[in-house]
Each structure stands twice: as structure tokens, then as C-alpha cells.
Design a protein around this ligand. Sequence first.
Ligand SMILES: *Cc1c(COP(=O)(O)O)cnc(C)c1O
Length: 435
Amino acid sequence: MIEKKTPGMGTLALHAGHVPDSETGSRAVPIYQTTSYMFRDSEHAAKLFAIEELGNIYTRLMNPTTDVLEKRVAALESGVAGLAHSSGQAAITNAILNIAGAGDNIVSAAQLYGGTYTLFKYTFKKLGIEVRFADAEDPSSFEPLIDDKTKAIYGDTVGNPKLNIFPFEEVAALCEKYKVPMIIDNTAASPAVCRPLELGAHIVVNSLTKYLGGHGTSIGGIVVDGGNFDWGCGRFPEFTNPDPSYHGMVFWDAFQAFPPAGGANIAYIMKMRLQWLRDTGNCPSPFNSFLQIQGIETLHLRMERHCSNAQKVAEFLKGHPDVSWVNYPGLPDSPHHAAAGKYFEKGMCGGLLGFGLKGGKAAGAKFIDSLKVFSHVANIGDAKSLAIHPATTTHQQLTEEQQISTGVTPDFVRLSVGIEDIEDLLADLDQALKA
Ligand SMILES: *Cc1c(COP(=O)(O)O)cnc(C)c1O
């Protein structure tokens, strides 16, 4: 007999969070395209509203299709509960607003996804939340920024655009020392490649739009609670003071162990659902949740192929006469190679890579226009291969000096390597380089 206690990635990707319903036996997860749910009787309704019993009331707060998605991603990330949102940006916004308000600060790695960077630098500032930027490539830069008002340390697993890998070990030690939670955006790696909650993080966010959904069909985001942070530590009075919008409920008392006998610490995610999802309303559509569940069923297979294709593309480009540099953590001379070996699963290094064209900016644009299999889009994580020239697109509003300081040199091309046949990808790159 083979004994195995915890199911593997593939089994979780196909089964976690779903039991076929007893009424219809539907094997696939049904799309519960409904806004609201019948209460059994008045007493049942009263109990649901009082959170004496958990159940469906209204799809802004909970939906059975989305519930499977949340449980599945929570299982893949080794967390205890998830909360899906209408987009990755919505998930990141609520993940922070759930614990920080005016007068508070967040210490964040500067090497962020562009949308997160503008949210942190400009929009949170308007709300009175200060984001202090550290350098993820210099872990000692985080500690001097932490003070009594710091509510989280934040970073992306894979930094943008240099593909640097977050210094989990060093930052985990700081989180422990100062009793501050670590929030990680795991989108660019996906839980098949990296599991931040096993590396000291407390909260993980993912844009479902990318590798998890995997097919470029629907926008979505999710926050996963690791259930491993003490929100009663004194730094977070909103968890330990009564919530006047919930008849004086104290989230830490109610949900530090749920159900009370041996249950998980879901205080963070419950607070986010009951306050922030209720009030901001950025919930997903059940249909998008269904599509994302479909995508997740093959996450483990797709990521292996994304990674092995990206490795071969990196090696091909490295040996090409028209290419001046290649940045991929899977190359032994990459400054991020050791971190990938330490923090990523089974030698996988992700599907993203960057390289420089000898001809600079003009050659970059010409190269992109000559691609036939790779699509020119502003996205990553699609099963299809994607390419973009950041200097003329995503980063064109910056001056050349600003571009270079963020790592976007004029010759830089970014690839999100898909799962097509590798021979076709290499032939496409080769003909476009020749052009
Ligand atoms: C795309 C992306 C986001 C934002 O997700 P949306 O679903 O587009 O809102 C956040 N972080 C990273 C790393 C991303 O790639």
C-alpha cells in the first residue's frame, strides 16, 4: 500500500473544494448563475445574517461556484481559505485595505507589477496609506522602513521586470521579529512553481487572469489566507475591537479558530469578506469563476511545459548572434538562479523571460512586428506565447532615464513563453530575429 497524507498538486488542481452535489450528481462544477439564495425559513435567514451559521445569502458575498474556486486555490497555495475578486487589482486593493488605513504604512519591494506600483504610489497615498519602497535585491533595505504603523511587508514572488526572486527567508525573519504579516503576489510564478505560505508568507494574492485561469479568457483575482498570523498581537486593533458594522463582532474572537473546536484561523479572510467585499462589491461573476476552475484543472501540466519551453527558449536566445543578453532564472549565470533553486518547485523557473536585441529600440519594434506564433499583447500567463517591447508600450510614458532605472532598457523584449511545440516557438523567434 502506498501511503500519502497530502494530495499532490495535480490531484488538488482537479478535486480540491468540490464534492459533486447530491441532487444532480454533476461531475463538473456547476455554474451557479444566481444572485440570491432561498432561506429555509425566517430563523435560518436570521442566523445567516448574524453569522451564527455560514451560508449563501447574496452572490456579492458568496457563491457556490466561486466557493469551489476559493477552496481550490487555497489548497494549492497551502492556505486555509480564499476570497475571490473581480480582478487581481481588486484582490490586492482589498488585501491591503483589510489591514491598513489612513496614517498606516506598508513596506513594499519596489520591483512590482505596474498596476500594483501605481496603486501603491499614487492611489493609496490619496487614502492616507503610505507605501515605503525597499529594494528586493537588497534585503537589508526593508528593516529601516518598519515602524509601529507598518501593517505589512509586501512583494511579488517574481519581480517586474528583472525577474528577481523575493528574499523570502530574510523578510520572514523581519516579519517574525516585528510581528508584521508578509503579503506576496504569487501571480508570475503560480502555486505550481512557488508556494509563499510555505516560505514564511502569511497572505498570498494571485491574479487569476494569468497562469491560474491560464487561457486568457477572464479577469479575476484571489486572496489566500495562510491562517498563520496572530492578528491579536496588538498591531491590528480592528481585529480585536468590536466592529460597529457587525453588531459589535470581534473578528479575532469569532474567527481565530473556526469552527471553535480545532478550526483554522480565518480571521483575516472573514474580515475581508464581511467588511470589504460587502462594501466595495468587487466580487467575481460565477461564470468567470467557472472558467478559472477549468483552467486550474491543468495548472500543474501547463506550468511544467511553460517552464521547460522557457528554459529552451532562453538557451536558444543565449546562443543567438543578434541577442546581446538573456535574463531567465533557469540560466546558470542568472543572478536569480540560486534563489530559484531554493524557493521554486522541482527545478521549475517560470514562463517569463527577458532579453536584449543588439539593434536596440528600433530592432525591438521590428522584431515584435515580425512574430507569427507569439502574440503581441500586454498580458502574461496565457497558454499561448506572448511578446511585448516594454519601451514602446507598457513603459512608454516614462522618460528614457526612468525606463532604465526600472530595468526597462530600449532593447528589452519580454516573453511569456506558452505551451506550444518548442520547435515552432524557436523557429518563430529565429525568423523574427532575422527580420
Ligand atoms: C496581471 C497582474 C496583476 C493584476 O491582475 P489583474 O487580474 O489584471 O487585475 C497583479 N500582479 C501581477 C504580478 C500581475 O501579473
